[in-house]
Ligand binder design. Structure first.
Ligand SMILES: [Zn+2]
Length: 369
C-alpha cells in the first residue's frame, strides 16, 4: 500500500493550507513556542496510551525523575548489563542491589531485567551459579534476562575462541528461563557499520567514535556479524518455548525483509526498537509503514535511554522527554520532522497498532511487566 500518499496529497480546505503556510513562515520565536506546544501535546498523547519502554538503563533516581514517570504514566524496564569496559557495569551484585532499591521506590513504574555473568564462562560452576542467581532474581521480581554483545564480540573461552550465543554451555540457562516463563532479551551483534568501513552518515557512527572498542573494521579475528546472528537464530530454533526479544531491531537495522523472514520463521521472536528509531526514520516510509502494520504484534517500544550514576537530572529529563516526543511524533502523527537535515514525516500508524507497539506487545512478550 502507498501509505505515503496520505501525507503527500492532504485533502484540506485552501484556508487551512494557507494558514499552514503562514505559520511555517512565522518568526523564529513563534515557531519555537509552537514546537514546544506540539511537544507537550505529543507527550500527552504518549502518556494517554500508558506506555511501556522495555529498554532503559537507570542507575539512580530523583524526585523529578519519578514525577516524570508518573506524569507520563510510563513504565520502564531497567536492563542490567555485564560490561567489563565500564566501571559501573563491571560487577553484577551492586547492579542487582541498586535496581531492587530503584524498583521498590518507583511505585510500580520500574520493572527489571536481570542478567548473568558471562565473563565466568570458563568456571566449572558457571551454569549452576548462573541459574541459581537468575532464579533468585525471578523471585525478586525480574521479568526477563539479558544477554549482550560481549557474547560473540568480546569474550573468549580458554581455548582462545570467541564464545557464541549457541554454545552448549548456555543451553541449560535458556531452558531454565523458558521453564520459568521468562523472556530472553538478546542484544547480539551490532549495526552493520561496526564492521566498517567508516560511515559518518550512519545513525550509529557517533557511538563508535565514543566506543571504539566495539568498532571492528580492520580488526582481524573477530566473528562476522552473520556468524553471530546465525548463532542467535540457532538458539531460536533450538528453544521454541523460549520467547526472545531481539534488541535494537534484532541487529537487522537496515533490512526489514530480513526481520520479516525471522518473524515468519521463528514464532518465538520479537524485536525492540531501542536506539534504532533513526534507521526507521531514514528507510522508505511506505515500507516501514507496511512492515509495522503486518508485524504489529512483534515490535516492542524501547529507547535505550539512560540515567547514569554521574548524570545531571536536568539533562536527563530533557533527553528522555525529547526522545519520547520525537518517537511519538514519528510513529503516531504525520507531523514534519527533521533527521540530520533531512525532512521526514511521521507515519501516523493507526491507534490500535500504536496501542500494541507502545504497550500491549510488551505485556504479551514479557509477562509480568
Ligand atoms: Zn541498552
Amino acid at each position: 500500500m502507498k501509505a505515503w500518499n496520505r501525507f503527500v496529497i492532504p485533502i484540506l480546505p485552501l484556508s487551512l493550507l494557507l494558514a499552514g503556510y503562514l505559520l511555517s513562515h512565522s518568526p523564529a520565536a513563534q515557531s519555537q513556542a509552537k514546537q514546544e506546544a506540539g511537544g507537550e501535546q505529543a507527550l500527552q498523547a504518549f502518556a494517554a496510551i500508558r506506555p511501556i519502554d522495555v529498554h532503559v538503563h537507570v542507575f539512580k533516581t530523583d524526585p523529578a525523575f519519578q514525577s516524570m514517570l508518573e506524569r507520563l504514566h510510563l513504565k520502564v524496564m531497567n536492563i542490567l548489563v555485564m560490561d567489563d569496559t565500564l566501571s559501573y557495569r563491571k560487577q553484577l551484585a551492586p547492579q542487582i542491589k541498586g535496581t531492587l532499591a530503584l524498583v521498590r521506590s518507583s511505585q510500580g513504574h520500574i520493572a527489571w531485567c536481570t542478567t548473568f555473568d558471562p565473563y565466568k564462562f570458563d568456571e566449572a560452576s558457571f551454569d549452576s551459579d548462573s541459574i541459581r542467581q537468575i532464579n533468585r532474581d525471578f523471585r525478586d521480581g525480574a521479568v526477563a534476562v539479558k544477554i549482550w554483545k560481549n557474547i560473540g564480540m568480546e569474550i573468549k573461552n580458554r581455548d582462545g575462541k570467541f564464545i557464541m550465543a549457541d554454545d552448549p554451555k548456555f543451553a541449560p540457562i535458556y531452558k531454565d528461563i523458558a521453564q520459568h516463563g521468562k523472556t530472553l532479551m538478546a542484544h547480539l551483534a551490532e549495526p552493520d557499520v561496526a564492521w566498517g568501513p567508516p560511515d559518518p552518515s550512519d545513525p550509529s557512527w557517533s557511538y563508535y567514535q565514543e566506543n571504539p572498542q566495539w568498532f571492528l573494521y580492520n580488526k582481524p579475528g573477530f566473528p562476522s556479524k552473520q556468524e553471530i546472528l546465525q548463532a542467535r537464530d540457532h538458539v531460536l530454533a533450538e528453544n521454541p518455548n523460549l520467547r526472545m526479544v531481539g534488541l535494537h531491531l534484532g541487529s537487522m537495522e537496515k533490512d526489514l525483509d530480513d526481520i520479516a523472514r525471522h518473524f515468519d520463521r521463528y514464532p518465538n521472536f520479537a524485536i525492540d526498537m531501542a536506539a534504532r528509531m533513526e534507521y526507521l526514520m531514514i528507510a522508505p516510509p511506505d515500507k516501514v509503514y507496511a512492515f509495522l502494520i503486518k508485524y504489529q504484534d512483534r515490535v516492542l517500544y524501547g529507547t535505550d535511554l539512560d540515567f547514569l550514576p554521574d548524570a545531571d537530572i536536568k539533562d536527563t529529563l530533557k533527553d528522555w522527554q525529547s526522545t519520547y516526543t520525537r518517537d511519538w511524533k514519528f510513529l503516531a502523527t504525520d507531523e514534519p520532522l527533521e533527521y540530520e537535515g533531512k525532512k521526514i514525516r511521521g507515519l501516523k500508524l493507526p491507534q490500535p497498532v500504536l496501542q500494541k507497539i507502545f504497550r500491549d506487545n510488551a505485556r504479551h512478550w514479557i509477562p509480568g511487566l
